[in-house]
Design a protein. Structure first.
Length: 679
């Protein structure tokens, strides 16, 4: 209200808050005019036509960056898609020009070219291209559903293009009109008769005065946008062409492609998740509201590989990256469907579920067609139509109930997976609450951990050993002041192939993280690490090597900074004990044993003992060979730092979710393996 009073102060001289200003004005020298006198009607600008767009492009396309630049293409292809969705066009052509222009052609009805009733001196085409808030989408007479509801889309493209040309084929006649930065270069031209052609062709070249000299439409991004339109409406075929010289080296964007997907969103999602592990079959379907306006198509899959899910939604083929009411409807339909199924099977744990749990591991595609949708902002990144939530929820809920009932085994697996996510969410929330409430209290440590007595981390060591038997020997062999021992039970979870829910539920890894005290991934804190060295100590055999590999994979995936900061080590316990007379020597492996026999005990009758595991070693032997800092050997685990990240590739190849990659690795090294055995 203060601003309003200031604006109208000149009309209310009696206003108390302005009296000081009047006195100050009287005190000015005679030659100095009051500031108000310099602000007259001549200072009021009236921007006409498309000038507001060029002055303030951010109000219409969100800015002048790369995203806004490509929004021009979205506006043009959306018009062509509206013709296809309305049933008037069957194909769209997208041609990228070598000069940086893009041409979009459809075989729809064609933009009207007859004189406009309100502006008889202009054609309807010129009015649409040069006048904001003009078009045929303000009601549902011309388009039952469409994405362009403000009537500013193509006129904004015209305003922000260096050149734009429109060709219209109607009634076997061809018409053309050209524009430069929104201004007609002439009237509508009738080119002449044309056969076997109808529809609209729009060619535009973005204006470098608006987007900068180096701004160019990127073929890869244009192709992705084009392909998504073909997935969104199975009844359209889109033909793509792009000169080879515009495609960067290594880019897989095709020069030519015909995009037609009868399966719609289901095809798109199946292709996107081809290399990922799913916990259930794809749930997909479509529904058109009977007797009304509105249709919904969806495809949902729940991944089981621990990676984050996603939801890509559209309304009337317009992408809505910030979601909105239609996504809310999908979320509620899936949540209520799973809760309802849980009641049928008497699973009371499902009461904790939220929409967040259902969507966390889900990969979803959603496309809704509704009348007169309401978006937030001209760039339409979020749907705000309240009715969309109800339309989507009703359409998806019934289909989801049938899908769950049709395959109880699959439904139970999905329900269990989602419940685990819910329990993990509650556990993390509880951890945060406990951390806040008990920040000053003594840390509770795992029951099997034999901690060292030293208070600080410097010089302290944590030995991670396999099994209680080895743990018992290690606890007796350790230096209680600086060495702690944590026994693990057998082989731990392979975190490279397990989902996040399984990782969260694994008690052994939870105990290990609790003992370390440093957090994981982005929450890792080197200052909170309770030990200076973390030493993996496993049996000197194949099983021990496998357990060590699983542990290193865990540290690499969950605590990479612990490795980078030099805290992770591998102990080197012996596999053999060689004795002759009063001399005892330990050998790491077969090769080391043969070397010692040849050099130290050549020709002598040597007693050879093979340790079946750390648990069979006497505490004194374990201390002497593996735990005593003065006599042991430790291998520091490091990660090669490079742009190619070979370590990550190796972990994914050998420990990840693709068994074919491991099979190829074995095949490639089969000759090497043959040299190690007698064949």
């Amino acid at each position: 209200m203060a601003k309003t009073n200031d604006l109208f102060a000149g009309a209310t001289p009696e206003a108390p808050r302005r009296s000081g200003a009047r006195e100050a004005a009287r005190a000015l020298p005679r030659a100095a005019a009051p500031a108000e006198a310099s602000y007259t009607a001549a200072d009021i600008e009236v921007l006409e036509g498309l000038e507001p767009v060029r002055r303030r492009p951010g109000m219409y396309i969100g800015g002048t960056d790369e995203k806004a630049l490509h929004h021009l293409f979205a506006e043009v292809i959306d018009n062509a898609m509206d013709e296809a969705v309305a049933g008037h066009a069957t194909f769209i052509a997208v041609d990228v020009g070598a000069d940086g222009s893009v041409t979009v052609t459809d075989n729809g009805r064609g933009v009207p070219i007859d004189p406009h009733p309100k502006f008889p001196e202009k054609s309807a085409l010129e009015v649409i291209m040069t006048t904001l808030h003009s078009g045929g989408k303000f009601d549902s007479k011309v388009y039952e559903t469409s994405g362009g509801l403000h009537g500013v889309g193509v006129s904004v493209v015209n305003a922000l293009s260096e050149r734009l040309e429109v060709e219209v084929a109607r009634n076997q006649r061809l018409y053309r009109q050209s524009f430069a930065r929104g201004v007609p270069l002439g009237g509508l031209e009738e080119i002449g008769p044309v056969h076997n052609r109808r529809g609209t062709k729009v060619r535009f070249l973005p204006d470098t005065q608006i987007f900068g000299d180096g701004a160019r439409l990127q073929p890869a991004r244009l192709y992705r946008m084009t392909r998504s339109k073909a997935y969104l409406f199975s009844g359209v075929e889109i033909r793509w062409t792009c000169p080879a010289e515009l495609i960067p080296a290594g880019d897989d964007t095709p020069e030519r492609a015909t995009l037609h997907f009868p399966g719609g969103l289901k095809d798109f999602l199946a292709a996107s998740l081809a290399d990922r592990e799913l916990s259930a079959e794809l749930f997909a379907g479509s529904h058109k509201k009977p007797g009304g306006h509105g249709s919904v198509e969806w495809a949902v899959a729940w991944t089981d590989d621990g990676e984050d899910g996603f939801c890509r939604s559209y309304c009337n083929t317009i992408p809505t990256p910030e979601g909105g009411t239609h996504e809310n409807g999908l979320r509620m339909a899936l949540l209520r469907g799973l809760r309802g199924y849980a009641e049928l099977v008497n699973n009371k744990r499902a009461a904790i579920l939220t929409g967040e749990d259902v969507m966390q591991g889900a990969a979803a595609m959603l496309s809704a067609f509704i009348r007169e949708p309401e978006f937030q902002g001209q760039t339409k990144e979020r749907l705000a139509t309240a009715e969309a939530s109800r339309i989507v929820e009703q359409a998806v809920k019934d289909a989801f109930d049938h899908w769950l009932a049709a395959s109880p085994q699959q439904a139970n697996r999905l329900l269990e997976s989602v419940i685990l996510r819910g329990e993990e969410r509650l556990r993390r929330r509880q951890e945060k609450d406990v951390a806040r409430k008990t920040a000053t209290r003594k840390l509770r440590l795992p029951g099997k951990l034999a901690d060292c007595s030293q208070a600080g981390a410097k010089g302290s060591e944590l030995f991670i050993v396999e099994g209680d038997s080895a743990g018992g020997s290690a606890k007796q062999a350790r230096d209680r002041a600086t060495q702690a021992v944590l026994p693990l039970r057998g082989k731990i979870l392979n975190v490279a192939s397990a989902g996040a829910d399984k990782l969260a539920q694994n008690q052994q890894l939870a105990d290990l993280l609790l003992a370390l005290g440093c957090g994981t991934r982005s929450r890792y804190s080197d200052a909170d690490l309770r030990y200076d060295r973390v030493i993996v100590m496993t049996d000197a055999d194949v099983d021990g090597a496998h357990i060590a590999s699983l542990l290193m994979t865990f540290f690499f995936r969950e605590l990479p900074d612990l490795i980078r900061n030099g805290h992770l080590f591998l102990a080197v316990p012996p596999l053999y004990r060689l004795s002759h007379g009063g001399v005892t020597i330990y050998a790491r492996d077969d090769a080391h044993k043969d070397e010692l026999l040849a050099k130290r005990f050549k020709g002598k009758n040597v007693e050879i003992g093979r340790f079946k595991g750390l648990g069979e070693m006497m505490p004194a032997q374990l201390r002497e060979t593996t735990m005593d800092p003065a006599r042991r050997t430790l291998l520091r685990v490091t990660v090669e730092q490079s742009e190619e990240d070979p370590t990550r590739d190796a972990v994914e190849r050998l420990m990840g979710t693709k068994p074919d990659a491991r099979f190829r690795f074995i095949q490639e090294r089969a000759p090497f393996a043959a040299e190690l055995v007698d064949v």
